[in-house]
Design a protein around this ligand. Structure first.
Ligand code: CA
Ligand code: CA
Ligand code: CA
Length: 458
């Protein structure tokens, strides 16, 4: 009997086993659903540990080297508890950061399905970050900010009780290498001698670059703009690492600009990279960087399914689509002014994934020529990454996007800007914005009778 239960226990992984094994709530977190997603963005509680002796766990001390790779074997180690896996055999290390800043800790190269947690003590309640699976594999990775000489406990274990041999790697984040906290804007900066360390997402060619960490001091819409002696690709990245997800990248011959809503304390990385200049050579490596909080509502209006709104692009300058320009030169004196923009929240209804709505921005007037730039951003609050960017065309002139169903309602942000080369002819562009679900919302709402579900031709 005992053998059978034990065998079942070894084979049974997942929530469905609770009933089979008669155990309550085994606390198995689904892969990727641990607190890791939020944790790297949070400030750590940097209260120093009283001293090393209160550690009740079996943490062995790591060297104070900046870069470390240490092998471990959990086949005979005691159990420890972490938030992103079950309590199981784990190796624990006491690591005292030799310098403050952001570090990457990972188990890449380990030979079993690991979990990795970092805490200020051996107590689960003092956990700072925990990750089960990273980078599409079963190994684990955590990025967090630590204080110099404030020790942390690193716990490496196995998901769902897995054990084996592995390696714990610790290395400082090297990109970004600067921080924008305390900088007075606009700031005069340069990429001269800064090295060509990356190619920003929208950069063309190999040019010197710099990357900066920015912490939003309060919630709001932030605009980052750069104007240089060289054409600049400006990339805004969600997180404290250059390798994290790109929200948007904008490049222009003269003025590049990105903007997003950030939460208080949110960390983003801003890359400033040289890129090929259309029609002109770059003539220097200096640039002016500006970061400002933009007043006003973002988004400015909601668009529901099967409704539209006629409006104008306002002089209020909020977010520029990556395929549009940030400013134009309307005056004889050459003064550049920001392009007019408009920002909408599109409210997608619940549709299954085979169905879609069309978001359409049209020039509400005679066809012109590429007068509008438009882009769709993930989420409806001006915070998400850009999915797609288009310049208007055709007759009637428009930019259209397909938004596919996700089975439940969701929001996206639509940003529109004036894409005219200059302001000649002037005036604010009248536009029509629509979320057209007419073809699909009607069929989706019908009672699900078998003869209507069967696809035509089957
Ligand atoms: Ca894992
Ligand atoms: Ca570069
Ligand atoms: Ca560089």
């Amino acid at each position: 009997m005992g053998v059978r239960v034990g065998l079942l226990g070894a084979l049974c992984i997942g929530a469905g086993c609770q009933a089979i094994l008669g155990i309550e709530d085994p606390q198995i977190a689904p892969p990727g659903d641990g607190p890791i997603d939020a944790t790297p963005m949070e400030e750590i509680d940097a209260a120093p540990l009283p001293d090393a002796s209160p550690f009740l766990c079996t943490a062995s001390e790591l060297s104070g080297a900046t870069v470390t790779s240490v092998p471990f074997d959990t086949r005979t180690t005691p159990a420890a508890e972490v938030s992103c896996g079950v309590e199981g055999p784990s190796a624990q290390f006491l690591w005292t950061p030799p310098a403050g800043g952001f570090y990457v800790l990972d188990t890449f190269g380990s030979l079993f399905d690991t979990t990795l947690a970092v805490a200020t003590s051996c107590e689960l309640s003092d956990e700072l970050a925990c990750n089960n699976d990273a980078a599409g594999g079963s190994q684990s990775e955590v990025v967090l900010e630590v204080e110099r000489s404030a020790p942390v406990v690193v716990t490496v274990g196995g998901f769902a009780g897995a054990t084996g041999t592995g390696v714990l790697n610790i290395a400082p984040v090297e990109c970004p290498d600067g921080e924008l906290t305390g900088v007075t804007f606009p700031a005069e900066l340069s990429v001269e001698g800064a090295g060509d360390d990356f190619r920003a997402a929208c950069a063309v060619g190999d040019f010197n670059d710099r990357a900066f960490l920015f912490r939003a001091p309060s919630a709001g819409l932030y605009r980052f703009s750069a104007r240089g002696q060289f054409a600049i690709a400006l990339s805004l990245i969600e997180g404290p690492r250059c390798q994290d997800e790109v929200l948007v990248c904008h490049r222009d011959n003269f003025a590049s600009e990105v903007a997003r809503h950030l939460e208080e304390g949110q960390l983003v990385t801003l890359q400033v990279d040289g890129t090929e200049r259309t029609g002109l050579p770059n003539f220097g490596e200096d640039f002016t960087l500006n970061v400002e909080q933009v007043p006003g509502m973002c988004p400015q209006a909601d668009i529901e399914a099967n409704t539209g709104t006629a409006t104008t692009l306002t002089p209020e300058h909020l977010i520029v689509p990556s395929c549009g320009k940030a400013e134009r030169t309307p005056n004889a004196d050459g003064t550049a002014v920001p392009v007019p923009t408009a920002v909408f929240r599109l409210r997608m209804p619940a549709l299954d994934g085979q169905l879609f709505c069309t978001a359409r921005v049209s020039l509400d007037g005679p066809p012109a020529n590429n007068f509008l730039a438009a882009a769709i951003l993930e989420d409806g609050d001006c915070s998400g990454r850009e999915f797609e960017c288009k310049i208007s065309e055709g007759s009637p002139e428009q930019a259209a996007f397909q938004l596919v169903g996700r089975g439940e309602p969701y929001d996206v942000t639509l940003v529109v800007s004036d894409n005219r080369e200059d302001g000649i002819g002037g005036g604010l562009l009248p536009i029509l914005v629509e979320l057209d679900c007419s073809a699909n919302l009607a069929s989706s709402a019908k009672p699900a009778r078998p003869e209507q579900i069967a696809p035509a031709g089957n």
